[in-house]
Write a protein that binds this ligand. Structure first.
Ligand SMILES: [Zn+2]
Length: 324
């Protein structure tokens, strides 16, 4: 089968649904977004996905026959073979239900589904920072930590679709509790709440910091983006928080490197925009602690596709089919 000229990628989040028509080179031709309105449940969200795909097709002016299909990234566990959602915690009703089939029936197009972090990994692998590699790990830093493992050019999800959940690798058995109930997962340190907690602790200890003014004096307004912003102007507290975050990420990546032996580790998500203060600490930690087979720090790189990784990666489920 020759690869299609174009595909539509849809990135379904708990808050927004984003979609884009992508060329075979992963360039975004046209995009659209809408609120997910997850509380409307399974039927309501499927309806919005159909609407957004039709919106993209209509506005692009591209003939339906030139579009190879729709790739869909969902926030949770999915079964790509059956096209069913297994468990999506932020999408009520998306538990053990068909997704690809009803969408394909409604749209008259091929529909394939994947996990959102896996799609981001595929996007970076085919069209972004991982292009040219064969074995790649991607971490997406956000509210949680998404993970993707691409081995021998293919996204691997394992028998229960949990392979690559690097965010739930334990780096300190006595560490803070994670959303998954385990203690000391990487995500408990480097997910959104972990970063905020460490910044807040320093402020509550009376440290002076630009974080205060950026958060308008309200500790509830501290976010990882605020910490990154303060670090960019050289704020000592923010730089410490990023250094620590980089250390913990490095510790998690050392484990992932031993398990997966990648050519490259790609790190995405908004906090990755913090750049060198974060990446320097990650690289130093990995170089110092990865004692088996020495992993070079310059093989840990920032994602290139930014906010488009999800939609471009979802489109790659069609543009670069994995099966067969
Ligand atoms: Zn966990």
């Amino acid at each position: 089968m020759s690869s299609p000229k174009m595909a539509i990628g849809v990135d379904v989040g708990g808050t927004f649904i984003k979609a884009a028509l992508c060329s075979k080179d992963g360039e975004v031709v046209i995009r659209s977004s809408t609120d997910t309105v997850a509380r409307e449940g399974y039927e309501g969200v499927l309806h919005r996905i159909i609407w957004i795909v039709e919106d993209v097709v209509e506005r692009s002016g591209v003939q339906r026959g030139d579009i190879g299909g729709v790739g869909l990234g969902l926030p949770g566990r999915v079964d790509p073979r059956s096209g069913d959602a297994v468990m999506c915690p932020n999408l009520p009703g998306f538990v053990g239900v068909p997704v690809a089939r009803p969408l394909a029936d409604a749209l008259g197009m091929t529909v394939r589904i994947g996990n959102d972090a896996g799609c981001a990994g595929l996007g970076e692998f085919h069209f972004g920072a991982g292009k040219g590699s064969r074995d790649m790990i991607m971490l997406t830093l956000g509210t949680g930590i998404g993970g993707a493992v691409i081995f021998d050019g293919k996204l691997r999800r394992g028998s229960r679709q949990v392979l690559g959940e690097i965010g739930h690798s334990v780096i300190d058995h006595n560490g803070p509790q994670c959303g998954c109930t385990q203690h000391g997962c990487l995500e408990a340190f480097c997910g959104k709440e972990g970063i905020i907690r460490r910044a807040r602790q320093r402020l509550q200890n009376g440290r002076e910091s630009a974080i205060w003014s950026l958060a308008e004096g309200d500790t509830l307004k501290i976010t990882p983006a605020v910490v990154a912003e303060a670090a960019a102007v050289g704020d000592a507290v923010a730089l410490e928080v990023l250094e620590e975050t980089g250390f913990y990420l490095g510790a998690g990546i050392v484990n992932a490197v031993v398990f997966c032996d990648p050519d490259v580790v790609v790190i995405g998500g908004r906090i990755a925009d913090a750049g060198e203060p974060l990446f320097g600490a990650i690289r130093r930690t990995v170089e110092a602690r990865c004692r088996i087979g020495q992993f070079r720090g310059d093989r840990i790189v920032k994602a290139k596709l930014g906010g488009d990784a999800g939609v471009v990666g979802a489109a790659s489920l069609i543009l670069q089919p994995q099966e067969g």
